[in-house]
Structure formats: structure tokens, C-alpha cells
Write a protein that binds this ligand. Structure first.
Ligand code: CMC
Length: 427
């Protein structure tokens, strides 16, 4: 219920329009603009920078203070004290699991990791040099053609089964994309390994050897999964909610989210960071690229810097930087030329007035790109790993949307095209 009210006076309307104001548990109040429609008015907010599109209990971000909470828990604490399965359970169910709930959840996810054998035929339709995100859009959407028994979006049990299937099968599908691109056999998941270990084995193992997973790399992978798990109403999550609002099945909605994530301004940034480091090529070329980044007439931007919401340090980047240092030390990678460029860029951006004044700090993707490269993940797979990690966020938001009263999303527009006119033959 609204406790406060805003009054809007509009030229040409003789009475003030009353707009209810709602308060959340955190964050700014929101003005309910729905009464404007009956007065023949819409609001205008390109990029939805000031519009709350829904009510949600899952994730809260305070960009100014650099705070990210999942179900109330700060991301730094989750990264230190929880694993990815805890975070998945938390996002989906609202509370951290106790030991029994965790064991049951892990068991269920583990036993859904295999994909229908016929799905491997889908991969064979793609060129070997296809971008893995193109393959992921296709095969994740195709899951809806295989799992008909859980497609009733109005049935909470069906929604739960879909969530399990998606969380469990994404690493298998992601690793299959990589194996297909290098012409190696697909690896089946193993039920005696945890989520991150299983993924690394499916990526780097072959049926010919007994692949040993490094605990440091598995831990780093798990952290990357945690830090990308959810991020409130970002472009891909909003896409999943909007697609879901039409009643589309969850696999199709997640495929839509994957497509939205692919762009370099969103999930494609970690891949773009590595391309940028290659393009810079040498530490001595950095000043030239910094100049380009500052030039308003040059479209070049420093990839991995800045964020739509964080106008302070990205809290995920802090944790990621720590993990990055651990992984590089463990692997003995200290003299890598790209790493030297990355470190110098980070130093300059934290000191240069252009970046400081605009609060353009390194974001999570700046460090995750460096870690993934050190682990041996090919650049084209970076965004796939983001998609894998973010699936739990997408499906949690999709479930939340369907758990309460909802309506199809239908934004309006400020039309600036031709006014009504006659066809030349009609005159
Ligand atoms: N390099 C150089 N200048 C930049 C950058 C950058 N990376 N990002 C923003 N600016 C400048 C921009 O030109 C503008 O300058 P001015 O005020 O002089 O016009 C000012 O900073 C504000 O930028 P903006 O475009 O209004 O910011 P935005 O909120 O629309 O864009 C962003 C946010 C993330 C799209 C942008 O910072 C960017 O393109 N960054 C690089 C791509 C990237 O790393 N994206 C990953 C985001 S984290 C992963 C995720 O959550 O999806």
C-alpha cells in the first residue's frame, strides 16, 4: 500500500494527477505512473534507466555504494562462505540450504546433468567454427523439444523441474560446444564430481585419459559461477522476464536471455577484454588506446571498465581480483604480456582523471577474462561461461514472475514517424 503520494501538474489538464509512491525494503522509492495512462499520457525512459519494471525479492544493488545482495546476503560473504550450489539454492528458494537440503539439492542437480542423447545431433548441424554462443542459443532453445513433461508454466512442480534441468545441463552443453569446436568427443558428466570439477573435466578431459582436476582451478571456477549468478534486472534478465511474460516455455526464455547476454556491452565484455588486450599488443601502446577511449569522436571504449549501475567499485570485481591473483600465483603466470597490459590499464584507469571523474572502475569481466584465460578456457567460451553461471539468476526471476500475479510486458513509445497520410493511389 502506498504511504506517500506524488502530485503531477500537466499543462492542459486542469487537476493534479495523483501518483502513489511505494517503498521497498532497500533502495529508492518508486512512483507508480500507471494512473497517467488514463489521462492519455505515457512516461519516456529510453534504456529503462529510471523505471522499475517489476517487484522482486531476489537481488538488490546499490550502485553508488558498490553493494550487491542476494536475498539479503552480501556477495563478498557468499563468495567467502558459500559455494555455487548454495547460491543457486538461495536464489531459487529464498534461503540458504541446511545440510540436508543442500545434499538433496546437489543430488538432484547432479542427476540431471546428462542431456538427451539425440541432442548431440543438433551440434553436428553447426559449422565447427560457429561461435559457441550461436550454438548455445540454438541448443538451449531446443531443450524444449525434448523435455515436454515439465512445460506447464502454471505448475510449480514443473517450474522446479525445469530449473533443475537448466542448472544441471548448462555445463554439459557448454562443454559440448567447446568439444565440438575442436573435434573431440563429447564427455559425459560424472556423478562423483562437484559442479565446477565436472565442468572442467567435461571441457578438458578426453575418454583416453584420467583427467585430474586442480582444486585451485575448480575453486576459481566456482567463484566465477557465484559472481555471475545474478544481477537484478539487467538486459538479459529483463529479456527472460519479458519473453516469459508471454507464456513462452522456460527453455525458449533462457535461449532469449543467452542471445541478449551475447552483446559486448553486456556478457560479451569478458571476451572483448581479451580482444582489446591483443589489439593493444604491448604496454608501450597503452597511451594511444587511452587517448582513443577518451576521444568522444572515437567509438573505442576500454572493455571491462565502467558499469551501468555501479558508480563505485563493482563489488564482484573486488572478489574476482583476489581470485585472479590466487589463480595466477598458483599457475605461476607472472610474466604474461597480456597480463602486464591488463595491470597497467588497471593502474592508469584508477588514477587518470577521465576515468576517476566518470567512476569507470574495472568491472567483474575485466578480471574474469584474465582468470578464464589463465585456466585455459578459449576466449570464445567466456560468454558461454557467463551464460552458464547466470542461468540460475534467469530461472529464479522467471519463476518469481510466474509465482505471482503478472501480465504480458508491453512497453510504449514516443512515436516520431510520419503522421497518418494517404497512399498515393488513394488520393
Ligand atoms: N571506456 C571509455 N569511456 C567510457 C567507458 C569505457 N569503458 N564507459 C563509459 N565511458 C564514458 C562514456 O563515454 C561517457 O562519457 P561522457 O560523459 O564524456 O559522454 C561516460 O563514461 C558515461 O558512460 P555511459 O555510456 O553513459 O555509461 P552507460 O551506463 O551507458 O554504459 C557500459 C555502461 C557498461 C555499457 C559502459 O561503461 C561500457 O561500454 N563499458 C565497456 C563494456 C563493459 O565492460 N561491459 C561490461 C559491464 S559488466 C558485465 C555485466 O554486468 O553485463
Amino acid at each position: 500500500m502506498a504511504e506517500k503520494t506524488a502530485r503531477l501538474s500537466v499543462d492542459g489538464i486542469d487537476k493534479d494527477i495523483e501518483l502513489p509512491i511505494y517503498s521497498g525494503t532497500e533502495g529508492p522509492d518508486v512512483i507508480d505512473v500507471r494512473p497517467l495512462t488514463s489521462e492519455g499520457l505515457f512516461t519516456y525512459d529510453p534504456g529503462f534507466v529510471s523505471t522499475a519494471s517489476c517487484e522482486s525479492k531476489i537481488t538488490y544493488i546499490d550502485g553508488g555504494k558498490g553493494i550487491l545482495l542476494h536475498r539479503g546476503y552480501p556477495i563478498e560473504q557468499l563468495a567467502d562462505h558459500a559455494d555455487y550450489m548454495d547460491v543457486c539454492y538461495l536464489l531459487l528458494n529464498g534461503e540458504l540450504p541446511n545440510a540436508e537440503e543442500k545434499a538433496k539439492f546437489v543430488h538432484t542437480v547432479t542427476h540431471h546433468t546428462m542431456v538427451h542423447e539425440q541432442l548431440s545431433q543438433f551440434f553436428r548441424g553447426f559449422r565447427r567454427d560457429a561461435h559457441p554462443m550461436a550454438i548455445m542459443c540454438g541448443v538451449v532453445g531446443a531443450l524444449s523439444a525434448f523435455y515436454h513433461d515439465s512445460l506447464d508454466i502454471n505448475d510449480p512442480h514443473h517450474r522446479e523441474v525445469c530449473a533443475y534441468r537448466l542448472i544441471a545441463k548448462m555445463p554439459t552443453l557448454a562443454a559440448m560446444c567447446y568439444k565440438y569446436s575442436i573435434g573431440q568427443p563429447f564427455m559425459y558428466p560424472r556423478n562423483d564430481m562437484d559442479y565446477a570439477e565436472n565442468f572442467l573435466r567435461m571441457m578438458f578431459g578426453t575418454p583416453c585419459d584420467d583427467y585430474k582436476v586442480s582444486p585451485t582451478l575448480a575453486k576459481a571456477m566456482d567463484k566465477i559461477f557465484i559472481l555471475h549468478a545474478d544481477h537484478e534486472q539487467n538486459a538479459s534478465t529483463s529479456t527472460v522476464r519479458l519473453a516469459g511474460s508471454s507464456g513462452a516455455n522456460p527453455f525458449a526464455c533462457i535461449a532469449a536471455g543467452i542471445a541478449a547476454l551475447w552483446g559486448p556491452a553486456h556478457g560479451g565484455a569478458n571476451e572483448a577484454v581479451l580482444h582489446m588486450l591483443s589489439e593493444i599488443g604491448d604496454v608501450e601502446n597503452i597511451p594511444e588506446f587511452i587517448q582513443k577511449a577518451k576521444d568522444p569522436n572515437d567509438p573505442f571504449r576500454l572493455m571491462g571498465f565502467g558499469h551501468r549501475v555501479y558508480r563505485n567499485f563493482d563489488p564482484r570485481a573486488k572478489v574476482m581480483k583476489k581470485t585472479c591473483d590466487e589463480v595466477l600465483a598458483e599457475l605461476g603466470i607472472e610474466n604474461d604480456p597480456q597480463l602486464a597490459i591488463a595491470k597497467e590499464l588497471e593502474r592508469i584507469a584508477l588514477e587518470d582523471p577521465y576515468f576517476v571523474e566518470r567512476k569507470l572502475y574495472p568491472n567483474v569481466d575485466f578480471y574474469s577474462g584474465i582468470i578464464l584465460k589463465a585456466i585455459g578456457i578459449p576466449t570464445t567460451m567466456f560468454t558461454v561461461i557467463f551464460a552458464l553461471s547466470r542461468t540460475i539468476g534467469w530461472i529464479s526471476h522467471w519463476s518469481e514472475f510466474h509465482s505471482g500475479p503478472n501480465k504480458i510486458g508491453r512497453p510504449r513509445q514516443l512515436y516520431t514517424g510520419e503522421q497518418m497520410r494517404n497512399h498515393p493511389d488513394a488520393e
